[in-house]
Design a protein around this ligand. Structure first.
Ligand code: TTP
Ligand code: MG
Length: 227
């Protein structure tokens, strides 16, 4: 038993040193995650994985994001189970750059969106329990490393302005109350002691250059730790 656990510790250690430095960019809908990711993708040592929204909008011709907003009672569970699947695919996607930067993670999908849908009655208790059991099983059995969480803190009003400006058709009727609920859950989740990585909080009112500089400062430290 001891030998087995020593072996698995060694495997874990090797995996920890060999995986790319992984940064997840988090923040409310419309907080500016994609914009920051695009900016960071200019670095030669970075590979950026955009959130798979386009996949959610077209699953063999069906727009699951649209179905979820149109009839959450019917579709939120199916939608979130697909989000969870595509998030695992992103976490596990091989990356040959030194740094992997992702939009969101399996964790904010679970602790912000799924949690909100359950608490507000958009998802039933049995549906919630199944999705959480999947989440726990995935996290206990797969190595999905995260080294830094970058949180773009935007007020619900700012997020709403940006959503309107961007004009994704499915999001046309998102009320400010939904953004406030999500904002509160992001704050609550990120204060949790059991986070996968340390959190860098960036005020979403900062300029893009200021945000990029703050992320790069932290990235340099992470790179030096690996050197
Ligand atoms: P976000 O993941 O917040 O991405 P975004 O592109 O809107 O953010 P940014 O402007 O900062 O780049 O949300 C994408 C859409 O998917 C949005 O309508 C919310 C929805 N969504 C869920 O309903 N459940 C989820 O678990 C996730 C991750 C997103
Ligand atoms: Mg985006």
């Amino acid at each position: 038993r001891c030998l087995l656990s020593a072996k698995s510790n060694l495997r874990q250690k090797n995996a920890q040193n060999s995986h790319p430095i992984t940064i997840c960019v988090e923040g409310n809908i419309g907080s500016g995650k994609t914009t920051l990711l695009n900016q960071l993708s200019a670095r030669p040592d970075v590979e950026v994985l955009q959130e798979p929204v386009e996949k959610w909008r077209n699953v063999k011709g069906k727009n699951l994001l649209d179905l979820m907003y149109l009839d959450p009672l019917r579709w939120s569970h199916l939608f979130q189970s697909y989000v969870q699947l595509t998030m695992v695919q992103m976490h596990m996607k091989p990356c040959h750059a030194k740094v992997k930067i992702m939009e969101r993670s399996i964790h904010s999908a679970r602790y912000c969106f799924v949690e909100n849908m359950f608490r507000t009655g958009r998802m039933s208790e049995p549906e919630y329990n199944v999705i959480c059991e999947w989440y726990n099983t995935i996290n206990c059995n797969l190595f999905l490393p995260v080294d830094l969480i970058v949180y773009l803190s935007a007020s619900p009003t700012l997020a709403q302005e940006r959503i309107i400006k961007r004009g994704r058709a499915e999001e046309a009727n998102i009320p400010i109350s939904y953004l406030s609920e999500l904002h509160a859950l992001h704050c609550y989740w990120l204060q949790n002691e059991d986070l996968p990585a340390p959190v860098l909080v960036l005020d979403a009112e900062l300029t893009l250059e200021q945000m990029t500089a703050r992320v790069e400062e932290h990235l340099e430290v992470l790179l030096q730790q690996r050197a």
